[in-house]
Design a protein around this ligand. Sequence first.
Ligand code: BES
Ligand code: MN
Ligand code: ZN
Length: 529
Amino acid sequence: MHALTKASTATVGAFARPRRRYCSPVPVEDLLSPSVATWTAGDAPLTDVLADHESDDVALVVGVRGGDAAWEPRVRATLTDVGFDVDELLETHEPATKPGASTLVRLPRGRHAARVLVLVGVGDGTADDLRAAGAAAGRATRDRDAVVVLGPAADEGGHAAFVEGQVLGAWAPTRLTGDGWAPGAQGPREVVTVDMEADVVERAVRRSRAALVARNLANTPANIKNPAWMARQARTVARRSGLQVEVLDEKALARDGFGGLMAVGGGSATPPRLVRLSWAPDGADDDTPHVVLAGKGITFDSGGLQVKPPEAMTAMKTDMSGSAIVLAVLDACRDLEVPVRVTGLLALAENMVSATAYRPGDVITHFGGRTTEVSNTDAEGRLVLADALAWADARLDPDVLVDIATLTGAARVALARTMAPIYATDDQVAEALRSAGETTGERVWPFPLVDTYRRAMKSDVADMNHMATSVGGGSITAALFLREFVGDRRWAHLDIAGPGRSDVDSGILSKGGTGFGTRLLLRWLEGLT
Ligand code: BES
Ligand code: MN
Ligand code: ZN
């Protein structure tokens, strides 16, 4: 029973009852609308764009390639057109062509609106190089009023990577000030692109903007966000993006037997929630493929009674990244015209230490009736996801089920901070997700569901132990546990404990939540039929 319900306050007593925490009323709408410039993909030539621009503080962004291609004829001609002496530029500035490098050339007031020329290195022009170049452009133009980008020589994938890089690189974490949430970077107000397909630019902006929504939610401190707060964000998103929404509160969860969510959330003064958000494209019916995405939503992971050491706990406000990503993906489905039905599940709970916290040795009954012996209260993510997956299997009839979670430190040990393990019961699903991640630069690596490790999760007192005690492979055994709850569904699991958070502020990354997986999932969904 949860601490806030009548029954438990009576039995627990006033002394031991956790106090309801004070949450200051901060405006939160802005977190769901990250500040991104207005992007226009024009079809006018660069000369006209610069001549007509009403701002007199324009940064002109141009890519420079490595090797002989450094000044491809198109770039040379365009720059000459707008009054640059390219040979002189080369001599005086020796612009770096390494991806991610940028060279700034200040320009006198005169013939056109450009006040600064930003030369960004695009290396060999691969998608990764172009993403890094876009990020450099975004970072170099954060405090400009307007930016004009000359599309680099690339295919659509390269252009999308550049634009996504630029949106992410221009962004800095939102701050909570005395006046409410404020953008971490002031500009630019406007970006105009030249020589890039409008649809490609627009989609790239929408995808990366979704990643910023996920970052904002992940970065929100845990004294402000809690399961009910996340559910409120989901309602706001549903209203504005045409989604169906359903929130199961602690009473409904207790009534329907969501033992994992109730156990993990039991020690918190703010009870658990399960949120369902559903998107359906125009004209969808029962034959339209249905994808269910489930996200781990631990709004703070103290470790529970088996409390984390200080260093390990500091970052744990981002332990709800999976749910933030799922929310951001659902938010973007309409704008990106995702052609399949998508349901997002947010498995929300706060893992805390208190008199009502669950204990090691407890046996809990998940949704659907399977029982689990709890060995470590810090392995909480799989317990809340188990309920969500079992519910999806029993009630939602998904064609594909995907979960995303900051699940195990072991995943981070195995693949460090740039890649995530992917597990799947279906090779096609795994390959489609892997390839989407290749496109967006969010790399996932197939890990095996090693059946023989399953034996190490036997329990003497329940259907299963939630972790393996005698074998290593912590990320693998966590995945094996989750698999028990997906029935015969095609299922994939992304363990984003490594890349879900960044300690560096560089390239497309900012410190804190990264939103890793948002663009990957959107790319994958956009391509499904
Ligand atoms: N949220 C953590 C995993 C995590 C660790 C995410 C580091 C991001 C960075 C998870 O709930 C956890 O505590 N996992 C334990 C599992 C163990 C007790 C079996 C871990 O990985 O140590
Ligand atoms: Mn934990
Ligand atoms: Zn956790």
